[in-house]
Design a protein around this ligand. Structure first.
Ligand code: MN
Length: 498
């Protein structure tokens, strides 16, 4: 699986020549110091590149055009050190097509009470200049992120870092290609959608293949390669035979190893970064891909069950956004399965038929072989584990017929009260914010699916910013959600996005 590019972000400072060369020299010096500090902070996942101060219409326009064509540039960070008349920015911004951060900061933290004079005020007037600059975005309906605060503060740097990840998710979205192995599950509504519109809005290419084409690729995998991978499985995971014959068990596991290798070759060769399967359409595959899909998700592939290509693409988007993150806790395809309704212990047991990504696991990971109640193939081998505790975000992208809506729920993951020894699948257990009742009611009013793309490592703010960049509606269910205003929000949104 190829990693996303080693992106950079340009840092462009706005000013004008009204205050003389000395002032402009200070502006350039200050912005270089800020860029250096940001790069040294260790808070940013990508490098910031300093650019010469923008003072004229012509230079602004040329810089944005260069940013558009520079393949490594994933976005521009702008800041008005002094006053920069915003009409100078109109043409450049009109032509600019990448993510933009308006960093509203100031070089000095404190007002220099003893020495401040009018020259200082004119030189350090971001409070003034950034308002003029911000106005033109609002006037022109241009999407941007605004972050306010002192550039040396860790919180500000962390927010810039988070925005960078969203920007990379925005840039990389149009490079996602989803491979559909079989169609959407018959009669299911929420996993359906307009693939042409998805390509227009998100840049996703969504293609279908007859299942036997990929099954042929699985059949071609050499026994020696399968044996090596099975060895890896046996050394890495616990083996829970549960009274099955060890030889027979190993054969079942080997089928998944063949699927993992065959699928990965097929996807690599055809340049797909996400895949869907369907238990009801397996062609000549011997087992529903379980362990194999779990391992592919761990490698960074997006996945959706039962033909759910929208969730598969979202899982891939979210995996890209968290790529290379230190201490990442994981990102997975997920499904709301069953509730605990005991007062004070409410929550949703999350799982899937088989396909939960092991990046979210905590503790030992085991292989089990169990029959599936659905489908008509051999008992598939799968990885079984429980998941980490902590905050996460669950995302559901739905097609409302005339538009897409991204529904986000902040959730708090917990350990289940007791182990579930008879359950042959990986699980997570979470409490939707603000609580199960309001969270589930709001989710259902919004039309959210049972499938989600879930991550411990992203926030609803990042996901909303991504949705804004894509030009689609997003709604957040979190500790501030209250049903009456949430229902009104859905109604108002239906007017806005008409
Ligand atoms: Mn499902």
């Amino acid at each position: 699986m190829k990693a996303a590019k080693n992106y950079q972000f340009w840092f462009c400072t706005g000013s004008q020549d009204l205050y003389g060369d000395e002032c402009l020299a200070h502006v350039a010096e200050h912005s270089q110091i800020i860029v250096e500090a940001l790069n040294k902070s260790g808070m940013l996942p990508f490098e910031v590149v300093w650019k010469p101060t923008l003072i004229t219409n012509e230079l602004i326009r040329r810089t944005f055009q260069e940013a558009n064509t520079d393949e490594n540039c994933a976005g521009v960070i702008t800041w008005m050190h002094t006053f920069s008349p915003a009409k100078s920015w109109i043409l450049g911004l009109q032509e600019y097509r990448k993510p933009l951060l308006h960093l509203h900061t100031q070089y000095n933290r404190e007002i220099p009470y003893d020495t401040i004079d009018m020259d200082f005020m004119n030189e350090n007037q971001a409070a003034h200049g950034d308002r003029e600059y911000g106005h033109i975005f609002t006037r022109m309906h241009i999407e941007r992120k605004v972050i306010m605060g002192f550039w040396e503060d860790e919180e500000v740097q962390a927010r810039i870092g988070s925005w960078m990840r969203t920007a990379v998710g925005t840039m990389e979205s149009s490079h996602i290609r989803v491979c559909r192995i079989a169609d959407n599950m018959r009669n299911v509504a929420v996993t359906e959608g307009d693939k042409v519109e998805a390509q227009i809005k998100f840049g996703w290419e969504v293609d279908a293949y007859p299942v036997n084409e990929i099954a042929a690729c699985v059949k071609e995998v050499k026994q020696a390669d399968i044996d090596t991978l099975v060895e890896e499985y046996y050394s890495k995971y616990q083996i829970l035979l549960e009274e099955r014959d060890p030889e027979e068990f190993r054969k079942h596991v080997a089928v998944q190893a063949g699927i993992e290798i065959g699928f990965e070759r097929f996807l690599e060769e055809k340049n797909y970064q996400a895949v869907v399967t369907h238990f009801g359409d397996l062609g000549s595959l011997q087992q529903l891909p379980g362990l194999a899909i779990q391992r592919l998700m761990e490698k960074g592939y997006g996945f959706g069950g039962e033909g759910d290509w929208k969730t598969a693409a979202m899982v891939r988007v979210m995996k890209i956004m968290t790529q290379g993150m230190r201490n990442a806790k994981g990102t997975s395809f997920m499904e709301d399965y069953t509730y605990n309704l005991v007062p004070g212990k409410e929550g949703v047991l999350e799982s899937h038929m088989l396909e939960v990504c092991p990046t979210i696991a905590e503790g030992p990971i085991a292989i089990k072989c169990q029959p599936l109640s659905m489908g008509d193939r051999e008992d598939p081998a799968r990885l079984v584990f429980t998941s980490k505790e902590g905050h996460g975000v669950a995302a559901s992208l739905i097609d409302l017929g005339n538009r897409f809506r991204l529904i986000l729920n902040d959730v708090d993951c917990k350990k289940t009260e007791k182990p579930m020894p008879k359950l042959p699948v990986a699980t997570n257990f979470w409490v939707p914010q603000p609580n199960l009742q309001i969270g589930a009611e709001a989710w259902i009013y919004a039309g959210g699916a049972h499938h989600t793309a879930f991550s411990y490592d992203l926030t609803s703010e990042q996901m909303c910013d991504w949705a804004d960049a894509m030009g689609i509606e997003s709604v957040v269910i979190d500790n501030n959600t209250e049903i009456r205003s949430f229902r009104n929000e859905l109604k108002w949104n239906s007017m806005y996005y008409k």
